[in-house]
Design a protein around this ligand. Structure first.
Ligand code: ATP
Ligand code: MG
Length: 589
């Protein structure tokens, strides 16, 4: 039998003041309203109300995963080294995971994600092509030693994730599984009442395959994404493709020209110098700007388990290089700015005057942002102190080893699809769907025996929902100054009853007595009911009701003498007077 929850008994202490360490509204509200408590940096305890919410979110996720044929399993969080050794991730993870050693000296990690385990499980159980496809999922606690745990549940070091994996015989099958997950995720986030966008994401080092993120727009989100104001193109800034100028024919460009440019340490000083050189043909616009120059930024990269290597990236001089964007694309390879020690090791790189003309010969890897199109001509360093060169042409005077989206995206950049204006926004990544392909199937030799007896290498998809992060994202999007404001689908309770009225000493007030009766009737009609039976002031009760955020608040107060109660919609703030006798029917509609 479902019981009424009485606030006099509920393990709950609300706080009037914001916790000192809380940077974002969701964190402040969840702590103040007594949903969570911090146990350690990035590690939280769920209190009764919070536990109900996270369980409700998990249940929505579970129902939608089941609806697409997913089967729920549960892996351990404590994982032996071997699995991750095989995939190379024992090393790749570096400081990003928690590692342990048992009494016999065997090494483990606390699972940050479970591709290795799922792949091994399926390999152990399934053998024939007839067994596939299959989709397995779990809702489990993950551990990552995040560099910057922040914002409460948004970036925890221990957090709840739903992760699922699809196993298919061929690419079409993988696409079908991926599409099914995409639809399931749309349903999940709609049911959770989240405003969200689906953005193209980078598919990491494996490249090529489809990868999309579900982002909840929020001012405090850590992800930056780009939306076209004209078409529906949406992409994470790491993955965004912006419109590039048309390619040019290198043979139509003037000869390269070396220029004396002493004392031009900045783009501004260089541009001023260029515009003062009479013998130099001026560009179409009439004068040189930073956009005509090619800036070559010296970075370094390190593949897991290897040494740092230099990487020089060419971008137009009027644009910044976005290291985070580059890092997102190169993962798991690390990237950093080169420092004085790196330059000391490479005296051939003349700081301030680096040009791509000699980099290949110096065996330094050079890539350009795609806006540096083939055939385009640039003013860039001449690899000599005090000298630059003009009309240095891609495809004639230098050939980059590749392209890398490196420029910092700006509001007003153009959409590669439609030419429309791009706009930058911030969001919280609440889900990620990703076609892994055969990376793990290869590492673990996951094959099915085909109809002809030949082995078929399985192809996989990997799909995550941040269950605990979604709790915070919902709080972030729906909360207001007064407190939390849950959508009914995941609220701890549907109805919060607030009796306010004086009682004779030693007796229950009429309002409390009526509320007890009402609570039982509501529970019988299938509502989840929280009753504020505390001996507290009306002001305190109202403030707590707003703070706790149940979707419907019923105030049983003065109107009771006329047989009326007041119903408040927590989200809209709208108040209605409803006859007590009609309330159950009214709320059950
Ligand atoms: P992020 O870029 O935010 O670190 P991720 O790319 O590492 O996320 P995945 O490995 O794809 O995330 O994990 C799947 C989902 O788990 C994410 O979409 C996110 O919602 C959630 N998640 C990831 N890291 C955390 C964390 N530290 N705290 C809470 N939720 C997380
Ligand atoms: Mg991460």
């Amino acid at each position: 039998m479902v019981a009424v929850t009485r606030m006099s008994q509920l393990f709950l202490r609300t706080l009037r003041d914001d916790p000192a360490d809380a940077e974002v509204p969701s964190h402040r509200l969840l702590v103040r309203a007594g949903y969570i408590r911090r146990a350690a940096p990035g590690i939280y305890t769920w209190l009764p109300l919070g536990k109900r919410v996270v369980d409700n979110v998990a249940q929505v996720v579970r129902e939608e995963m089941d609806a697409i044929g997913g089967q729920e399993v549960l892996f351990p969080a404590l994982l032996p080294r071997d699995y991750y050794e095989k995939s190379g991730r024992w090393t790749e993870y570096g400081d990003g995971v928690f590692r342990l050693v048992d009494r016999k000296g065997a090494e483990y990690m606390l699972g940050p994600t479970h591709e290795e385990l799922f792949t091994t499980l399926v390999k152990g159980e399934y053998a024939s092509y007839r067994d596939f496809p299959v989709t397995l999922y779990q809702i489990q606690t993950k551990y990552r030693d995040e560099a910057r745990p922040r914002a409460g549940l948004l970036r925890g070091r221990e957090f709840v994730m739903k992760d699922s994996y699809s196993f298919d015989l061929d690419d079409d099958g993988l696409q079908t599984s991926y599409d099914a997950h995409r639809v399931a995720y749309q349903r999940i986030f709609e049911r959770l009442g989240l405003d969200y966008r689906i953005a193209f994401a980078v598919s990491g080092a494996m490249g090529g395959s489809a990868s999309e993120e579900f982002l909840a727009p929020a001012a405090n989100g850590e992800d930056t994404f780009v939306q076209c104001t004209n078409c529906d193109y949406t992409a994470n800034t790491e993955a965004v493709v912006i419109a590039t100028p048309p390619k040019q024919d290198p043979s139509t460009q003037p000869e390269q020209q070396v220029l004396d440019t002493p004392d031009t340490p900045t783009i501004e000083t260089l541009v001023a110098r260029l515009n003062s050189i009479e013998s130099l043909a001026k560009p179409d616009g009439g004068a040189f700007t930073g956009a005509h120059t090619l800036k070559n930024v010296v970075l370094k990269t390190r593949q897991p388990g290897h040494d740092w290597e230099l990487l020089v990236v060419g971008v137009p001089g009027d644009r910044e290089v976005d290291l985070k964007r580059i890092a997102g694309q190169l993962e798991p390879t690390e990237v950093a700015q080169a420092d004085a020690t790196d330059f000391a090791k490479h005296p051939e790189l003349v700081r301030g005057y680096i040009g791509p003309q000699r980099l290949a010969e110096l065996d330094v890897r050079y890539v350009v942002d795609p806006v540096v199109v083939p055939g385009s001509a640039w003013v860039t360093g001449a690899n000599e102190e005090g000298k630059h060169a003009a009309f240095v042409v891609r495809g004639r005077d230098f050939e980059p080893a590749g392209e890398l989206g490196a420029v910092e995206i700006r509001d007003g950049d153009r959409c590669a699809r439609c030419g429309g204006t791009l706009e930058i926004a911030r969001g919280i990544e609440i889900g990620h769907i990703f076609q892994l392909g055969r990376k793990y199937a290869d590492a673990f030799e996951l094959d099915a025996q085909g109809p002809d007896g030949e082995p078929i290498r399985i192809t996989m998809g990997s799909y995550g929902v941040g269950v605990s992060r979604a709790v915070a994202a919902i709080a972030e999007q729906s909360g207001d100054d007064a407190g939390l404001c849950w959508p009914r689908s995941i609220a701890p309770y549907d109805v919060h009853l607030v009796p306010v009225g004086k009682a004779k000493p030693g007796e229950e007030s009429d309002q409390l007595r009526a509320s007890e009766q009402l609570a039982r009737e509501l529970v019988d009609a299938g509502h989840r009911v929280l009753l504020d039976d505390r001996n507290a002031s009306a002001g305190e009760k109202f403030a707590d009701a707003d703070l706790l955020g149940m979707p419907t608040i019923v105030v049983i107060g003065k109107g009771l003498v006329d047989g009326n109660v007041e119903v408040k919609d927590r989200r809209t703030g709208e108040r209605r007077t409803v006859p007590l006798a009609d309330l159950v029917a009214d709320l059950s509609r």
